[in-house]
Design a protein around this ligand. Structure first.
Ligand code: KIV
Length: 286
C-alpha cells in the first residue's frame, strides 16, 4: 500500500532547486520522516525535503531527548527513508557527539551518505561549527546548519525560545552569516522570535527553515508526529493537520472487535485447499 511511486522519470530535488526557490521568493515545506512508508507518503504529497531528524529518539524510540540517538540508529532509519522516496531530497541529522571534530564529522557523514544514501547532513551549532562545515563542504558533503534552540544542547540551554536579548540575537545573526560563508546550503532556525528569523532570512542568500520561528522563513519544517496528530500534545509552534492518532486507534478498536466476534477474517481474506488434498493430508500415514 505504501510502495513508493513507480514513475521512473521524476527529477529528484537538488540543493540548487532550493536556492532557486529562495531566489524566486517561493516558500517550501520540509517534514521529518523515519521510515519507508512515511517517506513514500510525504514524497507523493510533493514535500521536497525530508529530514531524518534525531527527534527519532523521542517520537519513535521513546527517549526523553535526542542525546541517546546513535549513528547506527540514524543510518538504519535514513536508509529506510531513502528507499521510500523518489523525488525528495533526504537530509539526515548527525547525532550527538558524532561530529565533535571535523574528522569525526567526515566519518559520520560518510556513513550516512555512503551506507544510507542520504543527500545531505544537518548539524547543530554556531561559529564553533564553521571549521567542520567548511571541511565537510570542501569534501562534497552538503550541510544544513541548525541555530536557535538546538536540541542536542538542551541540558545547557533549556527548552525555550532563544535569541531574545540583543546580545543573543546579534550572536545568532553572526553565526548564521558565518555558517553561510562556510558553505552551509540552508539553516534551520528553531524557536526564535519571528522578527529575528525574518531578519536572518533577509540577510542570507541561502534558505532558512523555520520551526517555531514565524512565517517569514524561506521554508518550514515540522515533526511528522506533531503535524499528523500522532502525539498527545504537540508543541505550540505545531499545527495538527490531521488526527491520525485518533483515526488509528479507532481502526484498531474496529479490528479487535471484528476478531473477537469472528467477523474478520472472512472468506475473501482466506485461501483454499481442495477437500481431497486436505483429506489426504489428514489421513493416517501408512
Ligand atoms: O530532529 C529534528 O526533528 C529536527 C527538527 C525539529 C528541525 O532537528
Amino acid at each position: 500500500m505504501y510502495a513508493a511511486p513507480a514513475a521512473p522519470n521524476v527529477r529528484p530535488v537538488t540543493i540548487a532547486d532550493l536556492k532557486a526557490l529562495k531566489l524566486a521568493g517561493q516558500r517550501f515545506a520540509m517534514v521529518t520522516a523515519y521510515d519507508v512508508s512515511a517517506a513514500a507518503i510525504a514524497d507523493r504529497a510533493g514535500v521536497p525535503v525530508l529530514l531524518v531528524g534525531d527527534s527519532l529518539g523521542m517520537v519513535v524510540l521513546g527517549r526523553e531527548t535526542t542525546l541517546p540517538v546513535t549513528l547506527d540508529d540514524m543510518e538504519r532509519h535514513s536508509a529506510a527513508v531513502v528507499r521510500g522516496r523518489r523525488r525528495a531530497l533526504v537530509v539526515a541529522d548527525l547525532p550527538f557527539l558524532s561530529y565533535a571534530t571535523p574528522d569525526q564529522a567526515v566519518a559520520s557523514a560518510g556513513r550516512l551518505m555512503q551506507e544510507a544514501g542520504v543527500h545531505a547532513v544537518k548539524l547543530e551549532g554556531g561559529a564553533a561549527m564553521v571549521p567542520t562545515v567548511r571541511k565537510l563542504v570542501e569534501l562534497g558533503v552538503p550541510v544544513m546548519a541548525h541555530l536557535g534552540y538546538t536540541p542536542q544542547s538542551t541540558h545547557q540551554i533549556g527548552l525555550k525560545v532563544q535569541g531574545k536579548s540583543a546580545e543573543h540575537a546579534r550572536q545568532l545573526i553572526d553565526d548564521a552569516v558565518a555558517l553561510e560563508a562556510a558553505g552551509a546550503f540552508a539553516i534551520v532556525l528553531e524557536l526564535i522570535p519571528a522578527s529575528l528569523a525574518a531578519a536572518v532570512t533577509k540577510r542570507l542568500s541561502i534558505p532558512t527553515v523555520g520551526i517555531g520561528a514565524g512565517a517569514d522563513c524561506d521554508a518550514q519544517v515540522q515533526v511528522w508526529h506533531d503535524l499528523l496528530g500522532l502525539n498527545e500534545h504537540a508543541p505550540r509552534h505545531a499545527k495538527r493537520f490531521a488526527e491520525l492518532g485518533a483515526a488509528m486507534q479507532a481502526a484498531l478498536v474496529a479490528y479487535r472487535e471484528d476478531v473477537e466476534r469472528g467477523a474478520f477474517p472472512t472468506e475473501a481474506n482466506s485461501s483454499r485447499i481442495s477437500p481431497e488434498s486436505l483429506a489426504e493430508a489428514l489421513a493416517p500415514v501408512g
